[in-house]
Design a protein around this ligand. Structure first.
Ligand code: PLP
Length: 417
């Protein structure tokens, strides 16, 4: 097993050259937290262009579910790439698309038959869900939650409510979107539905089973169950966004399975194809009333991404989901011990390998300290990412071993100290 190995200064000479080019030619709108310039990666390990080696607790933002460049996934991609790169399922058929849709339909929660639409990203999946919900219900409103992140296209962006920077400068957004506090059912029934929002005009409630970008927040057990009941009572659709929490990350294929709730539409992306662009929705089959031409995508579900996804699902079903549950529980317990030792850690939460560590000082969010820990970890060879205002998210590849987790924890402890 590799070990983290960093030769200061960071960024190294080769990385600095790329960063300079990047500054000149690349859109400055991205949120790079530290100057990591990746050369190659394997499993949970990442090497930068200067030969520094990092342990990856980010998985390319919760994407590389099967670890970087898993041989089974790479072989599936190579084999498919030699046969067919693209043919557009918008206008034609190819087996990989259909086979993957069947596989995903079978994996979705609930006994009712399902149908699947494939696209290229999480935001596109959310757009598809928004369009299908409106199309089916012919209702104008959407309801989403504070802290939500659903993507950056204008429709998905209108549902977001995690950081003003996501919205600033892009108005007008979609009208007819209401927001409510995440985890608080009473606000819907006692305030929104009583005062401003007629529930019979709401097409769908969009909710993350565990809030991602907003701070890795696990809602109270009865919240999602309550949303399901409200949807049933008022004919609204329940759209569960599993873009970040799905594909085995929480120890089950979908995070919503921890609650027993069956969504009407489920959005997925990120981990589904181990890093190749792919997203989509799984909807109850009777909802897919839209006809030919009403929604499609040139690239969505291209054959290579589909082959990677089929290989990814094999791996998730053959051990990686269980590994996420087991190593995630181990990591969570160790982090709680660290919290109990009186550090800046005010909360440790999550499921499986979707873990959030929250920092506070004297009861206030410790954003500066959180950011400093992430920088220090980078300098010591551990890759971490922030979320919310004061949270570090831990979302490593689902191949993470206990030994690797222990190694990351050791660096984390040093940084905290
Ligand atoms: N939905 C959730 C819950 C996400 O976390 C993200 C991205 O982080 C998205 C949607 C958007 O996905 P993408 O960046 O692939 O468009």
């Amino acid at each position: 097993m590799p070990t983290p190995h960093v030769v200061p200064p960071l960024p190294g000479a080769k990385a600095r050259r790329i960063l300079k080019l990047d500054e000149t030619f690349v859109s400055p709108s991205q949120t790079r937290v530290y100057p990591l310039v990746v050369d190659h990666a394997e499993g949970c390990w990442v090497w930068d262009v200067d030969g520094n080696c990092f342990l990856d607790f980010t998985a390319g933002v919760a994407v590389n579910a099967t670890g970087h460049c898993h041989p089974h996934v790479v072989a599936a991609i190579e084999e498919q790439a030699k046969k067919l790169l693209h043919f557009s399922a918008a206008d034609f058929y190819y087996p990989q698309y259909t086979q993957l849709c069947k596989r995903l339909a079978d994996l979705a929660p609930g006994a009712e038959p399902k149908k699947v639409f494939l696209c290229n990203s999480g935001a596109e999946a959310v757009e598809a869900a928004m369009k299908l919900a409106r199309y089916y219900t012919r209702r104008p409103y959407f309801l989403a939650f504070y802290g939500a992140f659903h993507g950056r296209t204008l429709g998905a962006l209108s549902l977001n409510a995690s950081k003003p920077v996501h919205r600033e400068g892009f108005a007008p957004l979609l009208p007819h979107v209401a927001h409510a506090p995440y985890g608080e059912l009473d606000f819907l029934t006692e305030v929104l539905f009583r005062r401003t929002l007629p529930p019979r005009e709401v097409a769908a409630i969009f909710v993350e089973a565990i809030q991602g970008e907003g701070g890795y927040i696990v809602p109270p057990d009865d919240f999602l169950i309550g949303l399901r009941e409200l949807c049933d009572a008022h004919g609204m659709l329940l759209v569960v966004d599993e873009v970040q929490s799905g594909m085995g990350r929480t120890g089950k294929m979908w995070a919503i399975e921890h609650t027993g709730v069956v969504p009407d539409i489920l959005c997925f992306a990120k981990g589904v194809a181990s890093g190749l662009p792919l997203g989509g929705i799984i909807a109850k089959a009777h909802l897919m009333t839209w006809g030919a031409g009403s929604h499609a995508s040139t690239f969505g579900g291209n054959p290579v991404s589909c082959a990677a996804a089929l290989a990814t699902i094999d791996l998730l079903e053959n051990g990686l989901m269980e590994n996420a549950a087991r190593v995630g529980a181990f990591l969570q317990e160790r982090l709680r011990t660290l919290q109990a030792q009186g550090s800046l850690i005010s909360d440790v939460r999550g499921r499986g390998l979707m873990l959030g560590v929250e920092f506070s000082r004297d009861g206030a969010p410790a954003t500066r300290e959180r950011d400093l820990i992430i920088q220090k970890a980078f300098e010591r060879g551990l890759l971490l990412l922030p979320c919310g205002t004061d949270v570090i998210r831990i979302c490593p590849p689902l191949t993470l071993t206990e030994a690797e987790a222990e190694m990351g924890l050791e660096i984390f402890r040093e940084c905290l100290a």
